[in-house]
Design a protein around this ligand. Sequence first.
Ligand SMILES: Nc1ncnc2c1ncn2[C@@H]1O[C@H](COP(=O)(O)OP(=O)(O)O)[C@@H](O)[C@H]1O
Ligand SMILES: [Mg+2]
Length: 145
Amino acid sequence: MTLKDERATMAFGRKLARELRAGDVVTLSGALSAGKTTLVRGLLGALGHEGEVPSPSFAIVQPYEAIEPPVWHVDLYRIENASDLEELGLDDIRRDGVLIVEWPEHAGSEAWPEALALSLEVADNGSRALTAEVPASWEGRWPPR
Ligand SMILES: Nc1ncnc2c1ncn2[C@@H]1O[C@H](COP(=O)(O)OP(=O)(O)O)[C@@H](O)[C@H]1O
Ligand SMILES: [Mg+2]
């Protein structure tokens, strides 16, 4: 699907928010500035988060626990090996919340086989192409309406 501008990316994030359930993992792939964090901004806004959504590239994990379902926004850009990842304790978090992971490739290719895996690509005209690998658990929820 084509996301023609920043507003479209935000709107897609809002639609996706309505489909989320505790325990979901959504991975967001795409180059620097592809629009990953923008999508998360739309998503968190729709769940009632007010205020900023900083890029978690330095904090690595940014929790949003005052919303339902709670969301942990993760950016693995600076993660270099699996032991760094274990220290984040992401598996504990997942049972009662939603994990949204930018740069999932830094955790290895098989880290979240059950994830809804989204990719954003910058098109020649500057819009973004969104593609998805949709696991069985998302049947009936994809595409979000
Ligand atoms: N669909 C889109 N078309 C054009 N620009 C977009 C789109 N979605 C987001 N952007 C812009 O891309 C830039 C980078 O977005 P960001 O979400 O920070 O990227 P990332 O988290 O992937 O590094 C922002 O300036 C944002 O306005
Ligand atoms: Mg980002």
